[in-house]
Ligand binder design. Structure first.
Ligand code: GLY
Length: 347
């Protein structure tokens, strides 16, 4: 088992990575929190896989909320349902909420834990690759509004994250591929060794190490910029154009990972147009394709430009792009909005 600790503004979080950790949930939670009761939040896809395994480990009262699976339920109404469930279970600030599932479950549960009684302790047990390498670590929680994704939320660190790579064996191939886009992102922005590891046909044999390397990068970045005002923005490599593509597809035509994959190739093309010494586009594209991810924009550049403009914060005259001009090194580059159309034509 590997251990990383993340020192945030309000304390230290422990991140444990190891196969079989789900079987040790109660032991780790009791050791860290000594709660009087726990409340597990999971979704309708994940409950049949892990709920009983986790519940039966505790010899203190356990209550459960099983929310409907899917991004369309990442709403304030789901959070309100959780508050009522917490109250009927008698949860107090001395108790513990455990989120078991992918990014959506983690984000909703994290926000409910951050705000219920002004904060109850939180443990994240991510069961998708994307949640294991990204969303369960770093304390971003929140829900969507009709106007857009993640518009309401809070920074709230889970004090414990239990990452069990064995959980990935039950994932459908497409969901695993989605997480690989984020893994490849970490390789591009910080550690090219990750790209080397995932280029091997038997890369899954090293998945524990790959997850550890990704989480370590995220931990290091979050410790420097927990509230996302500077360095943390490099985690958005591929996400600016990716979000525009997701939006153009009404958030259904492309998965998040597919959009990030397309966005990373576009951002790499932009890096080249702005003078990167080496053309890294073919290398990135072939690695993404090897993992079943798309690399070409399914929308016109003018549509992407319009989608970017509609997202632009009012009155901002620059837009931040994350550029990778050398593998393992990302820069936050504010580009003038007045020249945005010209830049987008290069992707
Ligand atoms: N997923 C990007 C971040 O946590 O900042």
């Amino acid at each position: 088992m590997q251990h990383l600790s993340l020192k945030g503004a309000y304390g230290v979080s422990d991140i444990l990575i190891g196969s079989g950790l789900i079987q040790r949930t109660a032991e780790e939670c009791i050791h860290k929190f000594s709660p009087s009761r726990v409340h597990i939040v999971t979704d309708t896809h994940v409950a049949p896989l892990y709920l009983e395994t986790i519940r039966q480990q505790f010899n203190i009262p356990v209550s459960v909320s099983t929310i409907p699976a899917g991004e369309e339920h990442k709403r304030l109404s789901t959070v309100e349902t959780l508050y009522h469930d917490f109250l009927s279970a008698g949860l107090t600030r001395k108790d513990l909420v455990i989120a078991v599932g992918g990014g959506v479950t983690g984000d909703i549960t994290g926000f409910a834990a951050a705000t219920f009684l002004r904060g109850v302790s939180l443990c994240q047990i991510p069961t998708t690759l994307l949640a294991q390498v990204d969303s369960s670590v770093g304390g971003k929680t929140g829900v969507d509004l009709a106007e857009g994704k993640n518009l309401v939320g809070a920074f709230y660190q889970p004090r414990l994250v239990l990452i069990d790579p064995q959980a990935l064996s039950t994932l459908p191939a497409g969901i695993f591929q989605d997480g690989m886009a984020e893994v490849i992102k970490y390789g591009c922005i910080q550690n090219p060794e990750i790209l080397h590891l995932v280029s091997r046909p038997d890369f899954k044999a090293d998945i524990d190490r790959i997850i550890y390397e990704c989480v370590k990068i995220k931990r290091d970045i979050v410790e420097v910029d927990e509230h996302d005002t500077g360095l943390r923005m490099i985690l958005n490599f591929g996400h600016t154009i990716g979000h525009a593509a997701e939006k153009l597809g009404n958030y259904t035509a492309l998965t998040h990972g597919q959009a990030v994959a397309i966005g990373m190739v576009a951002a790499m093309r932009l890096s080249n147009a702005l003078g990167a010494p080496e053309d890294l586009v073919p290398l990135l594209s072939s690695l993404l394709q090897q993992h079943g991810l798309p690399t070409e924009l399914p929308y016109g550049k003018q549509d992407i430009f319009n989608a970017l403009l509609s997202d632009k914060k009012k009155f901002a005259d620059t837009m931040n792009f994350i550029l990778v001009r050398e593998l393992g090194k990302a820069d936050i580059v504010p580009l003038p909005v007045s020249q945005l159309q010209e830049y987008i034509m290069t992707i």
